[in-house]
Every structure is written in C-alpha cells, then in structure tokens.
Design a protein around this ligand. Sequence first.
Ligand code: C2O
Ligand code: CU
Length: 518
Amino acid sequence: GLSASAALARRPSITGAELRSAVPLPPPFQVPLPIPSVLAPVSTSGGVDRYAITQREASAEILPGVRTPLWTYEGTFPGPTIESRRGRPVTVTHRNELPVPTVVHLHGGRTPAASDGYPTDLVLPEGWHEPATHVQPASGHSMQGMQSMQSMQGMHDPRAVVSTLTRDYTFPLDQRPTLLWYHDHRMDFTAPAIWRGLAGLQIVRDDAEDALGLPAGQRELPLMIADRAFAADGSLAYPALDPTLREQPGVSDPYLAGVLGDVILVNGAPWPVHEVDAARYRLRILNASNARHYELEAVTDDGRRLDLVQIGADQGLLAAPVTHHVLPMAPAERYDVIVDFSGVAIGSRVRVVNRLGSGRTRDVMAFRVARNATDGSRIPRVLSDDLPAWRRSDAVRVRKFSFRTGRMRGGHGWLIGGLPFDPGRSDVTVGLGDVEVWRLVADVHHPVHLHLVGFRVLSRSGRPPLPHDAGLKDTVSLRPGETVEIITRFDGYRGRYLFHCHNAEHEDMGMMANLEII
Ligand code: C2O
Ligand code: CU
C-alpha cells in the first residue's frame, strides 16, 4: 500500500479550507465575554436533579448588528450550563423542536449506554415522517456533502434506531469532578449540528475539590472556544451550503479535512474581552471547534508570556500542577488552568492568542486587568491522589488501530482500521474491568476520543508523553505520523459505546467505531 505521506501528497485539500465570512467582522476585544447561564433544575427530589432542555431554533446577535439563526439548547449558544455534584444523578429530558432528528451525548460522562447518545438513538422532531432508515436533512438546505456520505455509508440498521419525540437521559455522574460538555452526536450529521449551535457545558464538582482553595466564584471562568464563519445573510456558513468552495480545484470534498471558520468565538462571542482583578483565575477551557487546533499563549501588552498552570485535564485534576507557556488543544480537549494576573499592570491587557492561527484567527480573546484585589486562592502542590496508575503489565491485551484517510464506497472518507463506521458491525469487544493498551496510529492530526472511560497517555512514537498529556484524558491528539499509546481500564457499565476521531467532520465521514463492553 501507499505510505501515509505519499497518500497525503496526492490530496491537496487535506489541510483544510478556512471559510471566509461574508459580513463585516468586529475589531477584537470589544464584545464582553458572556458566561453561559446555569440551568435551574425542574426538581431536585429523591436525590436526583431533573432538568428539561428544549432543542429549538433561535437567533442571536453573535456579531454586532448581525442576526444569526442557530440550532440551540434552550435558545442560546452555548447552551445552558448544568452544575452537578459527583455521584448525584442527573436526568435531562430533551425535547426536540428542531427540524431534524438529534442525539445528545455528554462528552466525558461515565454514562450507561442507554443514555450515552449512540448515533442512531434519535430524538425525533414532532411530525418527522421519514423513516429513520432514510434520514434526510430537513433544514431546507442542500447538504450535499452529508447526503453523499449518507449514501456511501449505506442504510442504517433499523433495529438499532430508537426514536422518540422526547428522551430522558440519565447521568449517574459517579466520576471524578471535571468539565464535561454535551453536544449533538447524530450519525453522519454531528459536525453541522454542533456548528449550528448544539453544544453546552456541564460541570461536576465534589467536596474534595471545593476544599482545595482554587480560584472560585467570579474568578472561575468556563471558556468554550469555537471557530465559525458567517454567510452574507448572517447565518453560519458551512461548506456544503457554499457552491463556490466545491468548485475550487483540489477541494472536491470540503468536508474532508474538517471545517475551519475565520471568526474565533469564546462562549459564543467573537474575540471577547473580560475585565479581571489582578488576581488568580481558574480558566476551564474547552476546544469545542469542529476541526481547529490551538496552541494557546497568554501574552501581556509588553510581550511577556504568563504561566499557564495546568491543574486538570479532560477527566479532572492532575496529581500536581504542570506549568506551560503554550497549551496545545485539539478539538474536544479540556484544560483546567490557573492564570495569575497579579503581576500585570492595572489597565493593561492580556491577550490569549493561538500560535497556530494567522491574521484574525491568531487572536482568541483578551483579559483587561481592571483593579488591584486581595486574593485568598492558592494552587496546592498536591491536587489529587486518586489518579489511576495503570501499568503496562496490568494490560491483558494490546490493540492497534490506524486512523487514516481511505476510499469508502463512492469517495474518500476517514477510516479506523481500514473501515468506515457501521452501526451494525461489532468492532471491538472488551471485558468489563479489563485493562488494555491501545496503540493509535495517525496519518494526519486526529483527536481520538473514547466514550465512557478515561485513559492515560503512555507514549508518543516510543517517547515519553508530552507535558500536556498529564492526568486522565478522554481525548488525545494524535499528531501527523504519530503512534500514541494509551492505557485504560474498561469499567463502569456494560454495553455498546464508541470511539472516534473528534474532528467532527472526520467523525461524520466514517472515523468512528463500536466499542462493546461485555
Ligand atoms: Cu464529544 Cu463521541 O463525542
Ligand atoms: Cu480525524
């Protein structure tokens, strides 16, 4: 077969096409940073918090003076944040008032399979008459890329489809405290659904973490970073809707590499600014972009890079803090970071920049240090002592998976172990409680995500993990040509789960597989 590099050389569109917005964009650092509102439970009786979320169309003024239609959870993008406690179950009733079927997945949740949002466990909108085996986008747009994907992947297995107008998702949340996010996960259509707004945060806390004395209250900020592009009518541009992109030579399928926008949103606002005290802040950062990678730095007006003190990873607190100057973030990764603004001149700014961006996509957001303040917070030298310490010798099995582009029926797609996703096929069967080492091999960048379990990074191409691989992860960034070894224990629940690339377009184009826990 072809070597990865030879295959890539033949595919000029592999690095992705950045969509250009067709409306005027605001200057950076003008729009205040929004903080997503916290959803109030409908009830809290019987030791369970119950929530109701309606998925519906709404519009928002994301760019000043421009109305943007969105698909939302409860009318906002990001959706409302759910605040929860470790071990206290949460039930969320989702009602679908959107024009298309949806699926909800709580990313990073230790969730029984029935509530994990398997891609064919649909929540149908009222009046949806198409049989679920022949799903068509009902938005009125022609989403040709996705439709051809649909036919490439064949019909769904009708026995796998569970269809309802509302659906109760139950999350035991018996897991380490961390920042989770919920987002759409419908087979073949996840990327455009997230792009249109179907993403929100859920935070799990516990008493041990509360007792650490980390910055809290106003000094703890969730930051959901996501790029988007805007069409002339203010709507969110997406390549299948843009015929000009399809006609560019070498960009026969604009989905292939993943979709990039030219506007960087944080919590749904373009290049926002936030006023801070000259004190420590806890930044809970999520890269919710479909395909964009970041290498974040915090730079003062006089060119100094502030320490980014990482205290947590995807699956909660590290054992001890790790200090970075640059923080790489692949799609779906989360980092829990302390930044200390106390040494920054009052009235000056700290810009968060993406080293990988260019022009306007270099800027992410800014903090304006407004005033001196007292700071009772601290960063303990020991953050947690419950990180699993699996060793290679604990593993009962080593498996190897390649993540590569390749031919699928009728065109190019993204394959795991040479195969595109098929809900009717069993890919990997593991025993409940087994420890396994997985060796993940990439052609280009692929952020690989496992449902249900957290894992630790063992090695990168035979070398020790990188500093930002510390702690318990649920998404690991495979860099081009790399082989990454991870180790995990498959405990929690039996049932059918998934692993996949979290470049959302790669996921929709086949890079997903079934993980059966028995
Ligand atoms: Cu964030 Cu399978 O998803
Ligand atoms: Cu990928």
